[in-house]
Design a protein around this ligand. Structure first.
Ligand code: HEM
Length: 210
């Protein structure tokens, strides 16, 4: 039944919308925790929060669920793009920004795949990175004090912003909610808060931390 739901073209889009919206919930929680990095307490609250998560009995089940939701989202995105390409007349390529399609909507698969690459680098560095005897706070702050890291993160978060901006409205449309001016404004707000919030962290650390 579940497999069938995700094999038809409507089911695939529906699955993409639901998994995408679930990832917004993760992003909001992750951002709230990461903002503790900016507190002027030498990382006390951020490290305490990270230790609390590490000891939490639900951490592993939630992580497994997160990986499953994320991989399903990526797989459905690739599959829907492939179906769309096959459905087009042979050799016909749409490169115009007409019909309500803008840069963000036309590049969703590519921005999504680049975010996937960012995520692998991000997890290798921060979750499994060498803390050199220091804390997680030391590792993150030390990384963002280097121009390459801070710049790379700001670039990745700009990409994330584009992806979130389009996907928010698109997900609601797939779920049958018409694109209204209010939904457009909400998608811009959500994208600014999430991508902007994540982007401010490396910039703030790079410029204002001693
Ligand atoms: C300034 C931006 C960000 C900072 C400072 C940050 C920080 C961190 C840190 C420190 C960890 C390791 C947590 C631990 O080991 O306790 C982590 C894990 C993770 N981050 Fe981020 N992150 C940022 C942006 C993002 C974004 C944009 C995404 C998604 C697109 C993301 C997805 C993840 C995931 C999936 C994990 C692994 C979670 C787990 O397995 O428990 N992060 N992040």
């Amino acid at each position: 039944m579940l497999a069938k739901l995700f094999t038809g073209s409507v089911g695939k889009k529906f699955g993409m919308a639901l998994t995408g919206l679930a990832l917004y919930v993760f992003l909001a929680g992750h951002l709230a925790g990461n903002l503790l990095l900016l507190k002027k307490d030498g990382g006390a609250q951020f490290n305490a929060y990270s230790e609390y998560l590490l000891r939490h009995p639900l951490l592993v089940p939630v992580e497994i669920g997160l990986v499953a939701v994320f991989l399903l989202h990526v797989w459905l995105a690739i599959s829907v793009s492939r179906d769309n390409r096959r459905a087009r007349p042979h050799g016909y390529q749409i490169v115009r920004a007409s019909g309500g399609r803008n840069l963000a909507s036309r590049t969703m698969l590519y921005s999504g795949l680049l975010i996937f690459v960012f995520l692998i680098v991000h997890i290798v560095n921060f979750k499994y990175g060498d803390r050199g005897g220091g804390t997680l706070y030391d590792l993150v702050v030390g990384s963002f004090k280097t121009p390459l890291y801070a710049g790379g993160y700001v670039l990745a978060m700009t990409l994330l912003g584009f992806h979130l901006w389009h996907s928010f409205q698109s997900a609601f449309q797939t779920l049958g909610i018409a694109l209204s001016p209010r939904l457009r404004s909400a998608s811009i707000l959500v994208c600014l808060v999430l991508a902007g919030g994540f982007g401010v962290i490396p910039l703030w650390i790079f410029f204002f931390f001693r």
